[in-house]
Ligand binder design. Structure first.
Ligand code: PMP
Length: 335
């Protein structure tokens, strides 16, 4: 393998790991380690794809300005690619986001504009409306709009899906995914409809999100709240595609976080919270099977952003997600 000349060349081609320490019933369960992308998440692929598509379309000129509304993994991926390609990146971020994320973005050269978290769609301070307005006002600025950008699912149809298919020796019975923007589900569905239409999709949805109910009965109900980050919605994202989804599992925060903590203890993989939801759904699916199947899910992002949250017993206790702490608080460390 040639030594990469840029971190951009290290996006994608992530490894696959078989999990051997969980009860997977008659199935074999594999995880694709998207936490090993240089920005730490599956969204690096999407950031690169959306920026390179805009370059090809001429919507982004050298030295131009990119605008997006997010402090999540898409923001980090965009910040990385924009820094290396010499674009200016302006991110509109709701002010409830963690300071760590904002410091990380600023260190990458991003101009972070904080806006109110307590206003909804249609309010001028709502982060997406604010970003759209800035994109209209700044000459030559390009609004990424990951929820409506076809280069988002294309990243998965062109890279994630063929890698997964090759790594699994062209034998995949089921894939468990979560939906945030719907890019992963949309892109994988598109690829697998072509190469392996019998591969079924399993939706891993945080309890409180409307998507599992929408899949089961076509109704869009009232959304609740959940602590898992990056997946679950209160609307149906236009880029998602539920055509090949055969099962939906609603996973509560306690089960998601406990499963992610087990993944670290049992298999040594430090994953983020959405991975807990995906893995819990994949395990439920595996254990419900009567035939042996080959099942794949994702480690969507790295867990180091969540060390003071779900990997901290006292935070878990405060949230009512753990009945008693396994470790004391930090005062125990001081002799
Ligand atoms: N997990 C994490 C941690 C994420 O940040 C995202 C993106 N919001 C997803 C999963 C879901 O991916 P998608 O946007 O492709 O639906």
């Amino acid at each position: 393998m040639a030594i990469p000349l840029s971190v951009i060349d290290m996006i994608g081609n992530t490894p696959m790991l078989e999990l051997t320490q969980f009860d997977t019933g008659p199935c074999r369960l594999f995880v694709k380690l998207e936490n090993q992308n240089p920005g730490g998440s599956i969204k690096d692929r999407v950031a690169l794809s959306m920026i390179e598509q805009a370059e090809r379309d001429g919507r982004l000129q050298p030295g131009g300005t990119i605008i997006e509304a997010t402090a999540g993994n898409t923001g980090l991926g965009l910040a990385l690619v924009a820094a290396l390609k010499g674009y200016k990146l302006l991110l509109v971020v709701p002010d409830k986001m963690s300071r760590e994320k904002i410091f990380h973005l600023r260190a990458l050269g991003v101009e972070v504009l904080l806006t109110r978290s307590d206003v909804g769609k249609g309010h001028p301070a709502y982060y997406q409306d604010y970003a759209k307005r800035l994109a209209d006002e700044i000459p030559g600025a390009f609004y990424i709009d990951q929820f409506n950008n076809p280069a988002n699912p294309a990243a998965h149809a062109n890279t994630t899906a063929p890698e997964l298919w090759r790594q699994m020796d062209h034998r995949v019975d089921a894939i468990a995914v979560g939906v945030g923007s719907g890019g992963t589900l949309g892109g994988l569905s598109q690829y697998f409809a072509e190469v392996s239409p019998q591969t079924e999709f399993v939706l891993a949805d945080p309890a409180g999100s409307i998507l599992a109910d929408y899949l089961d009965n076509g109704q869009i109900g009232e959304a609740g709240s959940w602590l898992v980050e990056g997946i679950g919605e209160d609307f149906v994202p236009p880029l998602s595609d539920f055509g090949q989804v055969r099962n939906a599992y609603r996973i509560g925060d306690a089960e998601a976080f406990t499963t992610a903590r087990d993944l670290l203890r049992k298999e040594g993989v430090l994953a983020g919270s959405s991975t807990g939801t995906l893995l819990a759904a994949a395990l439920r699916y595996c254990r419900a099977q009567t035939e042996p199947k080959r099942v794949v899910t994702f480690v969507c992002d790295s867990g180091n952003k969540y060390l003071s949250k779900m990997y901290n017993d006292h935070w878990m206790l405060e949230q009512g997600l753990l009945s008693k702490p396994q470790h004391g608080d930090l005062r125990d460390l001081i002799a």
